[in-house]
Design a protein around this ligand. Structure first.
Ligand code: NZQ
Ligand code: ZN
Length: 395
């Protein structure tokens, strides 16, 4: 097991009616005037936004509203939020929504306190030294942003989607009521579970040994998500399954399943170019890339893929043919993706063929103009990225 620091400072308030605590929590963490940040309308339609605003008002907290965050959140909305927070003298940001809203809030929270351009942080030109305090009311388990240290923003100038990690961006609190996820459409539910599983798998596929406990936690998360997704697709109001998925989303990305491992993250990096260029749903984009990544890299450590096949995908272990077992695990994952309505390649994801020029453009962006590699399980050079994109494109 590698040395590690585990840092998960977010106060989680989980369960039915947990949003009742919102005013107390905002006050506890120093909020007097709050930017309530939300998305395209689901929180309005469900009545959650109204409820949160009423609770804050009853608690004597002033509110300023900013909605309209879209999936793959945009830099222009971040700029709008920064200007609004400065104008109104906001001292706390509350997100009501999913990863896109929370990520937008994280960018606003550091941008407000920075005299320069907030994109500097995402472009790697500066590091944020201060954030406004933030909390969230989570409505979709997927990105894990409620407990993670990162945010991912799309700059419309060039459709560049980039992540930025900073421990100061951790939420002070995360309110999670599984009942609030009952309204999620099946596609978003499945894409969310795919993302949750991928956050676990990015950490699981590593060459580190002696990770007995971390592997067991990861496999438990993966198996639980695999079971519960079918339950909620059949019955969206199954509280037990919705609750497992909601907590799974946080455990998958608060680094619990990364303790002692190196992690890979190539699938995520390859995917960000897809959702940045085609505005695809992030989780679905991961499903479109992973099988090609897996087939491209599995020979680097066949036994790891065998373990995944047997312990997660229930493939019988053929001790005479480890490669065959490993490949059966990848095939089983593809069948799983299809069974929950996820794509397994790029044409299925975007509904059309992708051109060679578009693939080349994604390679250029993913390799930062051919200057960096991605991944650790197999270190991917630009030519490897090209090969994987081409496989995922069906070339
Ligand atoms: O905008 P509204 O109307 O709210 O609709 C949203 C959105 O269309 C809808 N939705 C959310 N809660 C709902 C609901 N619809 C009905 N009922 C509810 N209860 O779901 C759609 C997707 O929402 P979004 O916030 O985009 O989803 P997600 O949480 O998957 O976030 C995706 C973003 O997070 C980034 C992704 O790249 C993507 O931009 N990620 C952030 C990470 C992080 N900060 O640590 C890590 C991840 O790997 C990921 O990259
Ligand atoms: Zn993700």
């Amino acid at each position: 097991m590698k040395d590690f620091i585990y840092y998960a400072p977010t106060e989680v308030v989980f369960g039915k009616d947990s949003e009742q605590e919102v005013a107390l929590l905002v006050k506890k963490y120093g909020g007097h005037k709050v930017l309530v940040h939300y998305g395209g309308g689901s929180a309005v339609r469900s009545g959650l936004l109204d409820k949160i605003c009423s609770l804050l008002k009853e608690g004597g907290i002033e509110t300023v509203l900013l909605g309209g965050v879209v999936p793959n959140p945009r830099l222009s909305k971040v700029h709008e939020g920064i200007a609004l927070c400065k104008k109104e003298g906001v001292d706390f940001i509350l997100s009501v929504g999913g990863g896109s809203v929370i990520d937008s809030a994280k960018a606003i929270a550091c941008g407000v306190l920075y005299p320069g351009e907030v994109w500097d942080f995402y472009a790697g030109k500066a590091d944020a030294e201060a954030y406004l305090p933030m909390g969230c009311v989570l409505t979709i388990p997927a990105a894990g942003s409620e407990m993670s240290d990162s945010s991912v923003i799309t700059n419309e100038d060039g459709d560049i989607k980039v992540g930025y990690s900073n421990n100061l961006s951790r939420q002070k609190f995360a309110i999670m009521n599984p009942e609030r996820t009952y309204t999620l459409p099946p596609y978003q539910t499945a894409a969310g579970v795919t993302d949750i599983m991928m956050h676990t798998m990015e950490r699981y596929f590593s060459h580190d040994d002696d990770m007995t406990l971390t592997d067991a936690v990861a496999e438990a998360v993966l198996r639980t998500m695999k079971d519960c997704i079918f339950t909620v697709l059949k019955d969206p109001k199954d509280y037990r399954a919705r609750a497992q998925i909601m907590w799974g989303g946080s455990l998958a990305h608060n680094d619990l399943t990364g303790c002692g491992t190196s992690g890979d993250w190539a699938t995520h990096q390859l995917e960000h170019e897809l959702s940045g260029m085609f505005d695809a749903t992030h989780g679905a984009g991961l499903a479109a890339i992973w099988p090609s990544w897996a087939r491209y890299v599995y020979k680097e450590n066949v036994s790891r893929f065998v373990r995944f096949a047997v312990n997660v995908m229930d493939v019988p272990n053929d001790f005479t043919d480890p490669e065959g077992t490993a490949l059966k695990g990848i095939e089983a994952m593809e069948r799983f993706y299809h069974s929950i309505g996820m794509p397994i390649n790029i044409p299925e994801l975007i509904g059309k063929e992708i051109t060679d020029e578009e693939i080349e453009e994604m390679v250029r962006k993913c390799s930062h103009d051919y200057s960096i590699t991605q991944g650790q399980f197999k270190v991917l050079k630009p030519q490897d990225m090209l090969n994987i994109y081409r496989m995922a494109a069906g070339r």
